[in-house]
Design a binder for this molecule. Sequence first.
Ligand code: ADP
Length: 362
Amino acid sequence: MMTKTDPPLIECTGLGKSYETIEAVSELGFELEESESASILGPSGCGKSTLLRLIAGLDVPDRGSVSLYGKEISTPQRMLPPEKRRFGMVFQDFALFPHMSVGANIAYGVRGSKAEKKKRVGELLDLISMPHLAGQMPHQLSGGEQQRVAVARSLAPRPRLILLDEPFSNLDYQLRVQLRRDIRDILRQQGVASLLVTHDQNEAITFSERMLLMNRGRLVQNGKPSEIYRYPKTLWAARFVGEANQLKVHHVEGNSQTPLGILHFAKISSDAAASMMIRPEEIHLQPPEKGFPGGSIVSIEFAGPVQNLVVRLDSGEDLRVATSPKRIWTEGESVSVVPEHFQCYDDSGERLDDEADLTPPT
Ligand code: ADP
């Protein structure tokens, strides 16, 4: 017997939007489930805001479709107006009504009797830990407080989905980190689905259960933040979501040599590998030992929870290495390098989907 699964909250299929000659969004497809939180991450100008506008109904796609619970809502014939989608929106510039108090801002979209509105506003003020500020005007609040109110206002009419467009970028660093944790927890606690647009890797990785990585209008990778960070599908993705050491593979006399050893794959031919990528924290350093690639430490940056080192390999390449500050290294010290987790890519920069081993160079 076939089991019927519910259609996803949002499904984008072959979505495309062009502005004159610029393809802002191209052949983009993904699904978002009820209560799920996803981040849309990519460099400035890659089409993130355009995608959000297509989903919100503020723009009409040129190609493809957006569906809500399996029903098409985006074509001119079947356009569901933004106000009927039950999506909340939070923008970078807070966008509160300046002449209304905090309480009135939050109550704005709530339907029902005066008593019901008052109850909902009270709940939301508690949720954002601002019960004492209901009577304040927006200009009397800090940026972080204004953004909390904007989130409460977007949650007030009990939306299905909250769309957040770079909501933390007008705040300074400390506040941004705190507020994104608070807002993430508030959205989870409310069980509301969210789509966060950001160009900040840390924000995308920490805010959501899933990440949609975009470049030049296209979806590069869609997965859990940990999966994309550890198994980036392309070299571009590897560099965009974190620090990456990229090492060339040389094919010499039947061996695929890298500065860290000789590559062997379980299933495919090693000839397919053009480069390997290893993250700084996936490199273990130890006192010099035979059988491991060697090098020496050429620079050290102490950064609190980590030490950022540059190790110059005996073969000449520089490797960035992040280690725990519990063991203090010194400049000029000789070390052996033990790679712990790495990925290999072909000459077009696509990841080779196979387990690889490294044997020490002879
Ligand atoms: P992001 O949000 O990732 O910074 P956008 O979606 O804002 O990217 O923009 C994607 C591309 O589309 C950019 O090249 C931008 O200049 C272009 N673009 C966006 N909106 C318009 C518009 N209304 N008219 C013309 N070009 C636009």
